[in-house]
Design a protein around this ligand. Structure first.
Ligand code: GDP
Ligand code: MN
Length: 379
């Protein structure tokens, strides 16, 4: 789950990371009031779950409260990477002499939190990684010992020459590690970490991604979810208990079980197709889940054919068949559907489908080959 900058700032500040006071607004007049309270120059920042807001025009400096209101007017409602801006954050503007990057991610390869720092901050770190990877210093942290003081200092020296600034940066890295570990984060990031003309080291941006698995244990974090800021299809899928991830291809996939879902996607590619999504309807028997799954998939205009691949164990294949029939009664599906099912109650499932003129295949290869061909015909 992604947090907004203003929420991430709160967690950073609780961990002791120094960040200027600020507040959020949902209207231009609220923004003006916040700017007046803060006094002086401010920055008006779009609160969306996307990076690159600066480039997209979602971060603007304002010299007066009325200018802040004007920026808020433009930024509220703006669309950045398909997400609509519903809130802006107003913070005092800092004067910047340098911008660095400090971030921590959960690295699945080393199975450790990895701290990455770069003196080339303020820009997309992916861009730096692609064009000049030597400008990024990395450290995999052993969770038994945490980030040791000398390690933090060494990374601090990768950013600054001034020892005072190195110490300040090292302290922030240690705090960033604390936020990461204490909140079940998969990413904590400050970009940019800036220096000011007076030599101060300040965090001007805050980004946190939480592991969804922490939310059940931490209701305080779960309340930070902002469904209005998430992709509607993902919200709907989560509410229905589906695991759904949108991909680039045109073959919609409805599968039960994560392993079978991945095997299905591999097979779609093997036969020359591209999956449009990962979708696991889970192990339980529930026709409503299938209806929701079909609704989400058919809403995607890039989907040219849909594949059901169901292995009935705990999942009853007749429940899935009823879900398909139910969905077709509720809304129109314009693209061909290829169904493969086998296992629990398959005879009933086949009968349910045949009653409405549909057929079910038994072999996975056969079904995947067919759906790829249908998608190609339609494309
Ligand atoms: P992002 O583009 O979504 O990562 O948003 P950021 O919060 O990182 O802001 C983008 C850029 O705006 C930064 O890299 C800075 O160059 C600039 N910026 C942000 N806050 C301030 C500020 O307080 N003062 C000044 N001068 N520039 C700022
Ligand atoms: Mn940033």
């Amino acid at each position: 789950m992604n947090l907004h900058e203003y929420q991430a700032r709160d967690l950073f500040r609780k961990a002791g990371i120094k960040m200027p006071e600020g507040d959020v607004a949902t209207t231009p007049s609220e923004a003006e009031a916040v700017a007046r309270t803060l006094g002086g120059k401010v920055v008006v920042k779009a609160q969306v779950h996307a990076g690159g807001r600066g480039k997209a025009g979602g971060v603007k400096l304002a010299a007066t409260p009325s200018e802040a209101a004007g920026h808020a007017e433009k930024i509220l409602g703006m669309v950045i990477k398909d997400l609509v801006v519903g809130k802006v954050l107003i913070v005092p503007a800092a004067e910047i002499t340098s911008e660095a990057y400090v971030g921590m991610i959960l690295d699945r390869e080393s199975q450790r939190p990895v701290l990455m720092v770069s003196a080339s901050g303020g820009v997309d770190i992916e861009e730096v990684a692609a064009t000049s990877p030597e400008k990024i210093s990395r450290l995999a942290i052993d969770p038994r010992y945490g980030l040791l003081p000398h390690q933090a200092m060494a990374l601090g020296f990768a950013l600054y020459e001034d020892v005072g600034q190195v110490r300040a940066a090292a302290k922030i890295m240690t705090q960033l590690y604390g936020v990461f570990m204490d909140n079940g984060a998969t990413l904590t990031e400050i970009n940019p970490l800036v220096t000011t003309p007076t030599g101060e080291v300040l965090a001007l941006d805050a980004k946190i991604t939480l592991d969804d698995n922490i939310l059940e244990r931490r209701p305080d974090l779960a309340t930070l979810r902002d469904e209005t800021a998430e992709a509607p299809s993902e919200v709907e899928a989560r509410r229905a208990g589906l695991t759904f991830i949108k991909l680039e291809g045109n073959v919609g996939c409805v599968v039960n079980g994560a392993g079978l879902a991945m095997a299905t996607m591999d097979l779609v590619k093997y036969y020359g197709g591209e999956p449009a999504n990962f979708l696991d309807i889970g192990g339980s028997s529930n026709p409503d889940k299938v209806v929701t799954a079909l609704r989400i998939i058919t809403r995607d205009p890039s989907v040219k054919a849909i594949l059901f691949n169901i292995f009935g164990g705990i999942t009853r294949t007749d429940d899935v068949a009823n879900g398909i029939v139910g969905a077709l009664e509720q809304f129109k599906v314009e693209v061909p559907i290829v169904i493969r099912l086998t296992g629990t109650n398959e005879q009933e499932a086949i009968r349910i489908l045949e009653d409405v003129g549909m057929t079910a295949l038994n072999g996975m290869d056969e079904a995947v080959e067919q759906v790829v061909a249908r998608a190609k015909e339609a494309a």
